[in-house]
Write a protein that binds this ligand. Structure first.
Ligand SMILES: [Zn+2]
Length: 349
């Protein structure tokens, strides 16, 4: 029963309901909602960002099956009814320049050996058709790059990553590389000439260009150059003033660009303060929707890239709690868009 669907949408929810929620933050617990998600019928999640490859690279002993130290595991994905999970290759900044590409290959090796080979129902997907053809019980895995540090200044390295299955390229992490500056780099430079070549090559090969983490100038450069743009894990600056979050102008430009935007579960990007709840995520969704992004937003959890998690959303299988909460405020069609269709429909290949 969708008693509340469409009632607390956008401005309405923000202006009336919000005050309430905010002042009673702790008492708003996502329980007793009119509808419970039926496993296998409704939930088919497309999550645009997780860092489990990085975590498994840092700690080679972790098992993807069910490790307690991972947010995303095979068992968790199955329980949470995942349909498509993006796996980021993120080479940490401590790695020496001469080794970055090799480390990216090591992470891709972990992806193939410890995930795809060990769990045959986890399928590498590189096209929309392959996602559509996933059989019941199968989960699609998209390989993504988080930060072009790994390719140095070599387009052939990027093409090698495409051939290994990478279909989404985040241009930077937080600092500078040969492509552009990241958002925490003081200089704040936009795309270099090489960076423009990278974006043009992404266009040519139908690869997503991901602007999460990118400097503001770099963002606007991509708005000019990129054909298939996403922000895989970014929230709203108007709701939480973290530099990693997007301004209203940026959000509107992403809508104009027909980009998918992943709301992320990183507590520091959700709210200033100590504990965050699912309501904090809904506040960002509300803001996105008030700007017209209802058909653009999805989720990029950043699971395994975060130390702290949202209350009630501690690991992948808890997606149920989020979806149940969303169903309280939005129609089923809208929720399906958020959890799957808005990213899926924009997959460029
Ligand atoms: Zn990130």
């Amino acid at each position: 029963m969708l008693v509340f669907a469409n009632r607390f949408v956008y401005g309405y929810f923000s202006s009336i309901r919000f005050v309430d929620i905010h002042s009673n933050k702790k008492s708003i617990v996502i329980k007793g909602i009119g509808k419970t998600v039926v496993e296998g019928l409704f939930l088919k999640v497309f999550d645009a960002h997780c860092d489990v490859l990085w975590k498994m690279w840092e700690n080679k002993g972790l098992s993807f099956k069910d490790s307690e130290d991972l947010h995303v595991t095979w068992d968790g994905l199955k329980q949470g009814d995942a349909r498509v999970q993006c796996f980021a290759v993120y080479v940490p900044e401590k790695v020496k320049k001469e080794s970055v590409f090799h480390v990216a290959l090591e992470m891709i090796d972990i992806f193939y050996e410890k995930i795809l080979r060990r769990f045959p129902n986890m399928r590498l997907v590189t096209t929309k058709k392959e996602i559509s053809e996933l059989k019941p019980g199968q989960i699609g895995a998209i390989l993504t790059l988080e930060g072009c540090d790994a390719i140095g200044t070599d387009l052939e390295k990027l093409r090698t990553l495409y051939r290994l299955g990478v279909t989404s390229v985040g241009l930077t992490w937080n600092h500078a590389n040969a492509v552009a500056d990241g958002i925490l780099e003081e200089r704040g430079a936009g795309l270099s000439s090489f960076g423009r070549e990278v974006v043009r090559m992404n266009n040519e090969y139908f690869i997503w260009t991901d602007v999460s983490h990118l400097s503001v100038r770099g963002f606007w450069d991509v708005m000019e150059t990129g054909d298939f743009v996403i922000a895989s894990h970014s929230n709203c600056k108007a709701v939480c003033a973290n530099p990693r979050n997007l301004s209203n102008d940026q959000i509107q430009a992403l809508i104009q660009k027909n980009a998918a935007i992943g709301v992320t579960f990183v507590p520091q990007f959700l709210a200033e303060g100590t504990e965050t709840t699912i309501i904090d995520i809904i506040r960002h969704i509300e803001h996105y929707c008030s700007l017209g992004a209802e058909n653009n937003i999805g989720f990029g959890s950043d699971f395994d890239g975060i130390d702290h998690t949202v209350h009630g959303l501690g690991k992948y299988e808890d997606y149920f709690n989020l979806v149940n909460s969303l169903l309280k405020y939005y129609s089923e069609t809208t929720v399906k868009g958020f959890i799957f269709n808005n990213f899926f429909s924009r997959f460029p290949r």
